[in-house]
Design a protein around this ligand. Structure first.
Ligand code: ATP
Ligand code: MG
Length: 351
């Protein structure tokens, strides 16, 4: 990654990040229609495409290095665009390296445990990108806006009394700190939708029959609590955007722009981790060279000793022919480009 490109991405995401300790008033501080001076959707689509490629490359390295995991927490009000964002932003990434977990109303079993239990069980492994579609932040959002949820959690009296939200913020920050210290980078994304855009999207879900399934009358009932949610989001952003696990507020009224932003935030996060393909040491390198010679000796007549190296250097045919003629004098072959390079060659080098 060139420093210049990394710097451009860092510049782009800076205004979206909630600086730790900042007191956020969502509606005054963040405009859901902001689009960073990008005028046309077409330009955004181009940007997203290069972001998707960048992400795929970094994800391969993350998986190869196998020491860090990334957890992306995605929060939004209904119709905020969580599903579409995941689909588009992760479209280039190897599905084997990604796990998505969605969180709905907790089950009885989940309610029988501490409030972070069900989230901990779905964390990504090292080498993976995990996406929480809704996350542990529901515990200070929907649960705060509808306190009857807290009653269902069977907490002892002292644990649900005054100060419960402050305590939850602290517990969440501590949990995230613990994960970060152990190699799991956390990035938190809030898709910030305006009330009017939500109304439009709900109507679209009602008007277009193929979208009816996405709509639930309960979503409109939740909309009645709009102001309470804005307050809960503001408090949450103020208390839980930390140096180790920052929040990004993404302008979500334009889906294409939200996707560009999310892809930039993820790219920025992965650039920060800077995962590398493992390099093999001298001993392994020698072993690889030995095995390589053995494989080359097994080349059928008329075939190049190392078809891959031959393709790279364009010498395949010539070498194959030469081998046919030199039958029985097979020693000393395999001096192709990749000879002896082990994994340090084209497919193993740092990008
Ligand atoms: P979709 O885009 O399909 O609507 P969704 O994430 O909104 O996806 P739903 O099944 O519609 O999924 O809603 C899940 C519901 O679960 C949300 O209303 C959310 O607030 C609620 N929920 C999530 N976590 C908790 C929690 N810990 N306690 C209570 N309710 C929760
Ligand atoms: Mg829903």
């Amino acid at each position: 990654m060139g420093d210049e490109r990394a710097e451009r991405i860092a510049e782009f995401v800076r205004p979206l990040r909630v600086e730790p300790g900042r007191k956020v008033r969502l509606e005054q501080d963040f405009d859901p229609r902001y689009k960073a001076g990008i005028r046309r959707k077409r330009d955004g689509v181009e940007l997203l495409r290069s972001g998707v490629e960048l992400l795929a490359d970094y994800q391969r390295r993350l998986a190869a290095q196998d020491t860090h995991g990334v957890l992306v927490c995605l929060q939004a009000l209904d119709a905020g665009g969580k599903d579409g964002t995941i689909r588009h932003v992760m479209s280039g990434v190897n599905p084997q390296g990604v796990r998505v977990a969605g969180f709905k109303v907790p089950s009885d079993d989940e309610l029988d445990h501490d409030f972070l239990w069900r989230y901990h069980r779905e964390l990504p492994r090292r080498g993976e990108i995990g996406i929480f579609n809704r996350s542990h932040y529901e515990e200070v959002l929907v649960v705060r806006v509808h306190p009857e949820n807290l009653l269902r959690q069977k907490l002892p009296g002292a644990a649900r009394g005054p100060g419960v939200w402050k305590r939850r913020y602290r517990e969440i920050n501590d949990w995230e700190r613990y994960l970060t210290d152990n190699g799991f980078t956390i990035v938190k994304i809030f898709l910030n939708l305006s009330k009017e855009e939500q109304r439009t999207r709900f109507l679209k879900r009602i008007d277009v029959p193929e979208r009816n399934w996405k709509f639930s009358p309960a979503d409109v009932r939740e909309r009645a609590h709009w102001d309470d949610y804005q307050k809960a989001f503001s408090k949450m952003l103020s208390a839980t955007s930390t140096a180790w696990a920052p929040w990004y507020v993404i302008p979500a009224d334009r889906k294409w722009f939200a996707r560009v932003c999310v892809s930039a935030v993820l790219a920025h996060t992965l650039i920060g981790i800077d995962p590398r393909y493992p390099e093999v040491g001298g001993e392994t390198r020698r072993e690889l060279a030995e095995v390589k010679r053995e494989l080359e000796r097994q080349a059928p007549e008329g075939e190049p000793a190392d078809p891959f190296a031959a393709k790279e250097t364009g010498e395949g045919k010539a070498e194959g022919k030469a081998k046919g003629k030199a039958k029985g004098r097979g020693k000393g072959r395999g001096r192709g480009k990749a000879a002896g390079k082990g994994r340090g060659g084209k497919h193993g080098g740092r990008a």
